[in-house]
Design a binder for this molecule. Structure first.
Ligand code: SF4
Length: 659
C-alpha cells in the first residue's frame, strides 16, 4: 500500500498458493546416507554425522528450527547403531557425531551412547554430541564422552536471568547452569563455551546485571575447580526469526546493542574470552531475516559496491550495504521495528504446518512469563497444528533393554585395555598421480582412515586422547610423486603380510599403491631415525631441457661450497648444498637424478636443488616434475619377526590373531 506494507502474496501460475512442508513420519524408513564423501583436506565437521532425531518440542520461542522441524521424531536405537556401523566402515572416520537439535533429549541417549562406545571400543571412536541441553547432562553422558576424547563443551543458557529465560520458554535456573558447569569441570573438561543472547524485547537492566552476575559465578567456579580452564562467552544480538513466536518482536538497534556490549565488556570477569557479535552484523542479519524480495536489489547493489565474503571481518564492507539501501530507496530501520500481528510477512506462502494461532498464543504466554511444556512428555496440550496424530505425530525410539545408570557406567569401566602384545609392520607404498598433491597431514589422515576401513585392529596410545600407533617416514613436499614412501603400523592382531597388503590396498584411493609389507622386529629403531638418503628424479619438460646441461652441473660438482638461501617460517638461512647432495647426474636430456642426504639439521627440498644448480627459477621450476624414487636406510632393517621368543613367552596363535 502507500506506506510500503505488503498486503498479500499472490502466486504466479503454476506455483501453488502455499508451499507446504513435507514431513517424514518415520525416520527409520527414510533414506540416510552412510557412504559419505571423505575429503582429504580437513573439513568442517570432519566426522561421521548420524541424525538420531529430527525436530525439537522443547519450545524455545526464539528458535526457528524448533518450529519448522516439528514434530519430534527419533530414529530407533537399532537403526542408529546400524547407520554408525555402516558409516564408519565406509569412511574410516575416527569420530562420530550424534546429530539432532538437542541430542541429550533422545529418550534412550545413555543406552545409545554406551552401546556405541562398547561396540567401537577397539577402534577408539570418539563421540560428540554437538547440542546438549543443560539438564540432559547426566554423569553417565559425561563419563561416556570423556572415555574416548574430551572435545570442548558448549552450554547455552541463552539469557542472563531466569525471568528472561522463562519468557523464551527455556526453563533452566541459574543453579542448574552452575551445577552443570561444576559437573563438567569436575569431570576434567578445561574448555567450556557459553552462549548468550542480548537485546530481547522487554529485556531490562536487571536482566543484563543477571547475566554479569551469572558469569561472575561461573568464573569463580572455573577458578576453584579447574584453574586455568579456558572459559569462552559468545554473545549475540537477538534476531527475530520467521516462523517463530518472536517473529513480530522488535530488534535492538546498533547503538543500543553497543551500549550493552560495552557494559558487558567492562563488567564480565577477565578470565572469560568474550566474543561479541559486531552490532552491524546483527543489524544486517535482522534486516535480511525479516525482509522480502525487495532486498534482492540491495544485495546486488552492495555486491557491486564491494561487499563480498562478509563473514570475514577484514572483508566486511558495511558502507556498501548502507549505500545500497539508500540507492534502492529502502529504509533499513523499518525491518527492526515491532510488527503488527496482522502483518503479511514475506514468508507467508511458506507453510511449515505450524499454525499462526499457536505462534501468537506462545507470544502471549511469553509476555505472561508462562512456560509451555514439551508435548512429547505431556501429550498434545497446545496443538501447534503440525500433527495429524495418526501418521504424523511425535515418535520415540523403541524401548531397548533398560539398564540402570550404575550398570551402564560399569559396562564402560569394564572395557578392556589394550593387550600388551602387538605386531609391527613396515609398509612400503607409492604415492603417484593426483595423490602427489596431498599435504603431509592429509596423507597421514587418509592412511589412518584407510586402516580403519580395512578393519585392521590398530594399537592405540594410552591416556585421554588415544591415538593409533602408526608413524610415517617424512613425506616428500606437496607436488612430488613418490615410489618410496614408508610407514610403520602396529596392530594387536597378527596377519600374514600378503593378507594385510591386499586388505589395505582394497580401501586405498587410486594413486596409493602398496609395494610391500614386512614384519618388523619390535626392537628396530623407528623409521625416521633410519633414513640416510633420499633419491629423486627430476623430469624437465621439452621447453626446459636445455637447462639440464653438463656445464651447470660441473660448476656445482667442482665447487668447494655451494651456498643457497632458504626461506623457512618467514626466516632466512644459508645452507651449503654441497654438504646435502650425495650424488647428482644428468641421466638423459630430460632427467636429472640426485640423492639428498638425510641428516640432522636443515635439509634441502628437491625443487631447491634443481632450481639452484641449473638456474631454473620460478615460475618455470613448477613445470619440472619430481619423483622420489628411492630411500636408503642406515642399517639393513630387521624384518624377521621373533616368533620363537614370543612363543616361548606363552603367546598363542589365537592371541596373535587377536581373538
Ligand atoms: S501438534 Fe501437538 S503433539 Fe504435534 S508437535 Fe504440535 S504440540 Fe506437539
Amino acid at each position: 500500500d502507500a506506506q510500503g506494507r505488503r498486503l498479500k502474496i499472490e502466486s504466479t501460475n503454476p506455483a501453488p498458493e502455499k508451499i507446504i512442508r513435507r514431513i517424514v513420519p518415520e525416520l527409520d524408513k527414510a533414506f540416510a546416507p552412510t557412504k559419505e564423501l571423505v575429503p582429504f583436506v580437513e573439513a568442517v565437521h570432519d566426522r561421521l554425522v548420524v541424525e538420531i532425531a529430527r525436530g525439537c518440542t522443547q519450545g524455545c520461542r526464539f528458535c526457528q528450527a524448533g518450529i519448522i522441524y516439528r514434530p519430534y521424531r527419533e530414529r530407533s536405537v537399532s537403526k542408529v547403531l546400524e547407520l554408525i556401523r555402516e558409516g564408519l566402515k565406509a569412511t574410516g572416520y575416527e569420530e562420530c557425531s550424534l546429530l539432532s537439535l538437542s541430542a541429550g533429549d533422545y529418550s534412550q541417549i545413555e543406552e545409545l551412547i554406551v552401546r556405541i562406545i562398547t561396540e567401537h571400543w577397539s577402534n577408539r571412536i570418539a563421540l560428540s554430541l554437538p547440542s546438549l541441553r543443560v539438564s540432559s547432562l547426566t554423569p553417565l553422558v559425561l563419563e561416556a564422552i570423556k572415555r574416548v576424547r574430551k572435545t570442548g563443551f558448549t552450554i547455552a543458557p541463552e539469557a542472563g536471568s531466569e525471568r528472561l529465560r522463562k519468557m523464551m520458554n527455556k526453563a533452566i535456573s541459574d543453579s542448574e547452569i552452575l551445577g552443570t558447569t561444576e559437573k563438567v569441570l569436575k569431570a576434567g573438561w578445561r574448555n567450556l563455551k557459553f552462549y548468550f543472547m542480548i537485546g530481547l524485547q522487554r529485556e531490562t537492566e536487571e536482566d543484563i546485571n543477571g547475566l554479569i552476575k551469572l558469569t561472575r559465578a561461573l568464573s569463580a567456579l572455573g577458578k576453584r575447580i579447574q584453574p586455568g580452564a579456558q572459559l569462552s562467552l559468545s554473545i549475540n544480538g537477538f534476531i527475530p526469526k520467521p516462523h517463530t513466536p518472536f517473529q513480530w518482536e522488535k530488534q535492538l538497534g546498533m547503538m543500543e546493542l553497543k551500549a550493552i556490549q560495552e557494559k558487558l565488556r567492562r563488567e564480565i570477569p577477565r578470565n572469560f574470552k568474550i566474543r561479541l557479535e559486531d552490532p552491524r552484523i546483527s543489524f544486517l542479519e535482522g534486516i535480511f531475516s525479516r525482509g522480502g524480495r525487495e532486498l534482492n536489489s540491495v544485495i546486488e547493489t552492495a555486491y557491486q559496491k564491494g561487499a563480498k565474503f562478509d563473514s570475514w571481518s577484514e572483508h566486511f564492507r558495511f558502507e556498501a550495504y548502507l549505500r545500497a539501501f539508500e540507492e534502492q530507496g529502502i529504509n533499513p530501520e523499518q525491518y527492526l521495528k515491532e510488527k503488527p500481528e496482522d502483518m503479511v510477512f514475506a514468508w507467508e506462502h511458506l507453510d511449515p504446518q505450524v499454525s499462526k494461532e499457536f505462534l501468537l498464543k506462545e507470544r502471549d504466554r511469553s509476555r505472561e512469563g508462562l512456560l509451555t511444556k514439551d508435548c512429547r512428555i505431556t501429550g498434545c496440550l497446545e496443538n501447534c497444528g503440525v500433527c495429524d496424530q495418526r501418521q504424523i505425530q511425535p515418535r520415540l525410539s523403541e524401548q531397548i533393554e533398560k539398564k540402570t545408570e550404575s550398570e551402564l557406567i560399569k559396562s564402560l569401566e569394564q572395557l578392556s585395555p589394550q593387550p600388551d602384545f602387538y605386531f609391527r609392520y613396515l609398509i612400503h607404498y607409492k604415492r603417484i598421480g593426483d595423490m602427489r598433491f596431498l599435504g603431509l597431514l592429509e596423507n597421514n589422515r587418509m592412511f589412518i582412515r584407510a586402516v580403519r576401513r580395512a578393519s585392521l585392529r590398530m594399537r592405540f596410545s594410552q591416556g585421554f586422547h588415544p591415538l593409533p600407533k602408526i608413524s610415517f617416514a617424512d613425506g616428500p613436499p606437496v607436488g612430488v610423486e613418490s615410489d618410496a614412501e614408508y610407514l610403520e603400523l602396529e596392530l594387536i592382531e597378527h596377519l600374514p603380510t600378503e593378507k594385510l597388503k591386499s586388505q589395505l590396498q582394497k580401501v586405498l584411493p587410486v594413486g596409493i599403491e602398496i609395494v610391500e609389507v614386512k614384519e618388523l622386529n619390535q626392537r628396530a629403531r623407528s623409521i625416521n631415525q633410519q633414513i640416510s638418503l633420499i633419491e629423486y628424479l627430476a623430469v624437465l619438460p621439452e621447453n626446459l631441457k636445455a637447462k639440464a646441461n653438463q656445464e651447470q652441473l660441473a660448476k656445482f660438482l667442482t665447487s668447494e661450497q655451494f651456498l643457497i638461501k632458504q626461506k623457512r617460517d618467514k626466516k632466512e638461512r644459508i645452507i651449503d648444498l654441497k654438504q646435502k647432495i650425495k650424488y647428482i647426474e644428468i641421466t638423459n636430456e630430460h632427467s636429472i637424478k640426485f640423492g639428498i642426504i638425510n641428516s640432522e639439521g636443515p635439509t634441502a627440498k628437491p625443487q631447491e636443488v634443481i632450481s639452484e644448480i641449473f638456474e631454473i627459477k620460478e615460475p618455470e621450476i613448477y613445470q619440472v616434475r619430481f619423483k622420489r624414487i628411492f630411500m636408503r636406510f642406515m642399517e639393513a632393517r630387521s624384518i624377521s619377526y621373533p616368533m620363537d621368543s614370543l612363543r616361548k613367552s606363552g603367546l598363542t596363535q589365537k592371541k596373535m590373531r587377536g581373538e
